[in-house]
Design a protein around this ligand. Sequence first.
Ligand SMILES: C[S@@+](CC[C@H](N)C(=O)[O-])C[C@H]1O[C@@H](n2cnc3c(N)ncnc32)[C@H](O)[C@@H]1O
Length: 309
Amino acid sequence: MRPLIWKIQPPPFQKAGRRNTFHISADFALFVNNILEERDQGYNDVLKHHFFIFLSFRHILNADIDFLGRKSNPDSQTVELGPEFLDTITVQGREYHKYSIDHRTYFGPVDDEEAQRLDSQQQVFQRLFDDRLIFPPIQRLQRVLDCGHGAASWAVDVAEQYPDCEVTGIDIAPHMSPDDVPDNLWLQVDDLNRPFTFPSNHFDLVHSRLLATGIHRRRWPSYVRDILRVLKPGGWVQMVEIYYNVQSDNGAITDEHALRRWSTQYMRALEDRKDLRVGSKLQNYLTGLGLVEVDAKMIPLPLSGWSNG
Ligand SMILES: C[S@@+](CC[C@H](N)C(=O)[O-])C[C@H]1O[C@@H](n2cnc3c(N)ncnc32)[C@H](O)[C@@H]1O
């Protein structure tokens, strides 16, 4: 079986020349500023343009095996990280993960600016989710897996909030991993498009957020099956995906609007390889596998500026 690969050291990063190009993340950063600065205006005004977010949970009922109390060291299943995962390429002043680009796995930047954006985005999610990190009603959290941890924004918060819990984060790129992490957080490098190497019946909760642009279109059913396999009986999965079709309540976003043109072209550009509409299908994937207590919510997320009318 292919072993997990483990990040030993974050690679050195060149810091120059990253901020001079417009990128969609800049638009999102503007939105983050807006929502944080305008918070006192109330949400009525904010809900003009929005994204939809899907949450899905799932619970297996046949909890007749008890794994509580088993000790493990998440590093024990890993080997030293190969150098091919450390290379980056620079495109218009932004750093990208060469392995991900070469393998057409993931196309987002992996530089400091992106790490900051993901941290800001975590704050937005916390506001949007009423400060809840974890939605399922889990009594005792022993082991958590965060798929595609990015800057580990969610994983760090969980590790800090649950100091007795062992949190493992997986990402294909180690570049945005923070230098200082809580002692109960382990960050590892692996490709989620390949079969999981974790033991079965291992985690109480698996978290998967914003991976539509990373998981291959045809991988989703087996990805969800892999998540199920590594969950303990009675375990839960929490998934969040953005619905990329930008919409507005007041009709301000027409097909000609720049945001709509962006979202349409973005989905089209990736459609042969990625399913950017997967959020709306997760509930079916989960229930189709016979899971119970599946809950899905669509939450409007404000984006960009909004009208005064
Ligand atoms: C949009 S970011 C989301 C990060 C984090 N989940 C969050 O919500 O803040 C997507 C992350 O998934 C990682 N990723 C994409 N495809 C992946 C894959 N096939 N295997 C592992 N990680 C992947 C990327 O490197 C990136 O860090």
